[in-house]
Ligand binder design. Structure first.
Ligand code: ATP
Length: 304
């Protein structure tokens, strides 16, 4: 598998505290990678390291297959918006973009209008940024990160503090840039439910550690409504399920069968098993929300 970005044991230690502890993440081209973790999990620190804004204490990362010092030669292909976008409030959106283009040596004619249009701010170019809503500021921040045509854009909590309208606008902007320009994104959030509407892959971070990486389908499957069944003979139990017409099931680990259809038919299932001499050891209906799943994984109540 060819990755756009991978980290390898990436670690950042402040004093005795490891803000990021041997993190390995894997980002493919075209992914919208959602880095999810509670406040203080280490997301910003991880994103700062892969944007070149903080130096790792240990480990490293590779970008386009390049690693070590060589990777820093490719930093211009990464656009980052970490913490609040650095905007000049008394300048217009267009002037803010012009400054960034000058700093990055981008001179192409029409680029400012193009960038404003890309993030849906075409009609607000002349407006002073101090009069922008938070959502507009975030979108202008994304436009700034787009200067220089990066392959990867890193956004730290891009929906934090936005109202539903602002969230929808940012989400739509990311999805469009991903689809039309094939830009890969890494976005962080502490709200899995929100991220789940945008991200295609997830890295779940807790106490500086990446606990799990999974695709959206894998995550949704883990959270989908299902019957979980344990029987004294798993293989035979599967045969009986098929005999009574159940095909949407899978054996999740050695002895747990997950059934995704006929969720109200637990009684019929256990009787069918019993009549073939198979003992049901456990049967239950699982209906875990995304947030429950995340809380269980990170061990306890949310602090948000
Ligand atoms: P948040 O969403 O609250 O920003 P986060 O997941 O982004 O959380 P980080 O900001 O990366 O987490 O912080 C991770 C840990 O590292 C925290 O305990 C934080 O206090 C600590 N930390 C971050 N930056 C520094 C620093 N410059 N000096 C000392 N400790 C730091």
């Amino acid at each position: 598998m060819e990755y756009l970005l991978t980290t390898n044991g990436l670690t950042k230690q402040y004093g005795r505290h490891k803000a990021v502890n041997a993190a390995d993440i894997h980002v493919k081209r075209g992914d919208i990678y959602g880095l999810i973790g509670r406040n203080g999990a280490g997301k910003t620190t991880l994103l700062k390291m892969i944007s070149g804004l903080a130096k790792p204490t240990d480990g490293g990362f590779s970008f386009f297959g390049k690693s070590g010092k060589e990777v820093y030669g490719y930093m211009s292909r990464i656009g980052a918006l970490i913490e609040a976008p650095g905007l000049y409030p008394n300048l217009s959106a267009a002037q803010n973009l012009k400054l960034k283009c000058l700093a990055a040596g981008v001179r192409r004619n029409g680029i400012i209008e193009e960038l404003l249009g890309t993030v849906g701010l075409a009609s607000a170019g002349k407006k002073k940024v101090r009069n922008f809503s938070l959502g507009m500021k975030q979108r202008l921040g994304i436009a700034l990160a787009l200067v220089g045509d990066p392959d990867l854009i890193i956004l730290d909590e891009p929906i934090n503090g936005l109202d539903p309208q602002g969230i929808a606008e940012v989400r739509e902007t990311l999805a469009r840039l991903n689809k039309e320009k094939n830009i890969t994104f890494i976005i962080s959030s502490h709200i899995l439910e929100e991220l789940s509407k945008t991200a295609t892959v997830y890295g779940i971070m807790h106490n500086g550690v990446i606990l799990q990486e999974m695709t959206r389908d894998e995550l949704l499957e883990k959270c989908s409504e299902r019957i979980e069944l344990k029987a004294d003979d798993t293989a035979m139990a599967c045969t009986v399920l098929e005999k009574i017409g159940i095909t949407e099931y899978k054996v999740a680990d050695a002895d747990t069968i997950q059934i995704f259809e006929r969720l109200n038919d637990s009684g019929d299932i256990t009787s069918a098993l019993a009549s073939d001499g198979i003992k049901t050891l456990e049967i239950s209906l699982k209906n875990e929300s995304l947030e429950d799943y995340y809380l269980n994984l990170t061990g306890g109540k949310s602090d948000v």
